[in-house]
Write a protein that binds this ligand. Sequence first.
Ligand code: 5GP
Length: 371
Amino acid sequence: MSMKEAGTNTTMMQKNKTKGELLVVSGYSGVGKGTVIATLMKQHPEYVFSVSATTRAPRPGEVDGREYFFLTRETFDKWLAEDRFLEHTNYLDRCYGTPRDYVETKRNEGCHVILDIEVEGALNVKRACPEAKLLYIIPPSAEALISRLTGRGTETAEQVRGRLNKAVEETAVIPNYDYVVVNHEVQVTADEIHALVTGAEKPQLSLEEGIELACKIREDLTAYLKNPTNNDNINRKAIYDEEISMIHPSYSELMTKINAGGTGDDPVVKSRYSIVMGTAKRARQMVDNGYMEQEEHSRKPLSIAVEELDEGRIRILSDKEYQMLRAQKEEEKAAEEAAVEEVEAAEEVEAEATEEAEVPETEEQKEEQED
Ligand code: 5GP
């Protein structure tokens, strides 16, 4: 079932529920946004996809009312005059608009409506509908985005560069979004979005952290794009192998393995995201420490970190262990500070004593000292 088919599949059950959320999902081209949305909708029937109207011609396989409402320019202008769009834009000389009615009807039925629109449209939605949640999906790294775009082999090197350039430009609008979500693994990302929409969990990354990561990605993409020969000698097989090795073992498998020793009440890791963050931190540590320069093979640091975790060479601490370790470190620090203070106090006493001993008390002593 396609995303948009699923969007029309609202059940009567959802009627009379509290008003659903309006969710605008944007992301760099190639980040896997479509797959994330499809996964979310497949697992949660309360999400529907808003079908936009456009004046562009249908592509092969596209069905009117499913992918888009395909309108003539006259009809589009008529809808516009009748205020039937929540937002609309002109993109590559074609008109696109989000029909207000569909969005409102579905939200009133209790459905969460997803809009997959370009960034200018997203900002217009926020203006028209301030309660809308704007969510920007980014890749874990520039390298991951480049691999995804080049690895799928559907675009020419020039098209890949165009998409990367657009990603560089689009980074500037991310601070206008409400959330930044890192797409390490489709299922984890879909779960995180659902948790954000339902308010079950706080975002894994604060907006500031997300923006910081996006800026780092922009820097790396800019550096990559400066080299005109990049992209021309892509070894697709190596990229494919690399991607496969990155998902084996999957984060879910790792989570099961890590939690196997613990009790159900106190799992070591409560979500796959802890593993994602743990391995990402370890990967960054390897890069910062120059470990990757010594690595003779061409694997990515994240793959090595996942392997290390799988083989038990690195460990993710449970909250309890982490708290204990922190308390122990704080105790050690306090003891160290107390010892330093003690030494300083002793030195002060000693210095005072020396000074006192040096002060001449009698005229005789004074003369003796002067001599
Ligand atoms: P495409 O023609 O490739 O389907 O879409 C082109 C661009 O238009 C995409 O970036 C898509 O997200 C955006 N788009 C699709 N529908 C709408 C809409 O209703 N409003 C806005 N602002 N952009 C849209």
